[in-house]
Ligand binder design. Structure first.
Ligand SMILES: [Zn+2]
Length: 120
């Protein structure tokens, strides 16, 4: 993982480097990566699994999963390339019109996929 993404500043026309700050960082005890984990259902609970090796990280309080609106803003901060976001959606099997927790989780998954596609 790199730690930044180049983006075009509309004011100057120059490429600027945006530092991505991980929203919910973790350090994997299995593979040692510092990254953001995937959220998956575990019965009535939600757990985190490593974004790199897919091993269990920890159970996670559903209420602390970022709101879909917040996650969308982060995706938008990474790329405004709509076809790219559309292909990221296809990649993860994005489901439209979800609500509540499902909505938060699908957008988080999309965010991780967009980050992966952008190499950040
Ligand atoms: Zn891992």
């Amino acid at each position: 993982m790199g730690d930044g993404a180049a983006t075009l500043d509309p004011g100057t026309g120059f490429f600027i480097l945006i530092k991505m700050q991980l929203l919910i960082p973790y350090e994997c005890h299995h593979c040692g990566v510092v990254d953001e984990a995937k959220f998956v259902y575990a019965g009535p609970h939600v757990k985190q699994i490593c974004n790199c090796c897919n091993k269990y990280v920890k159970f996670f309080d559903k209420a602390l999963i970022p709101d879909a609106r917040e996650t969308k803003l982060r995706i938008w901060a990474i790329t405004q390339d709509v076809p790219k976001i559309t292909s990221a959606k296809a990649e993860i099997g994005f489901i439209e019109n979800l609500k509540g927790l499902d909505l938060k989780m699908i957008y988080w998954r999309l965010y991780l996929q967009v980050r992966k596609m952008e190499g950040i």
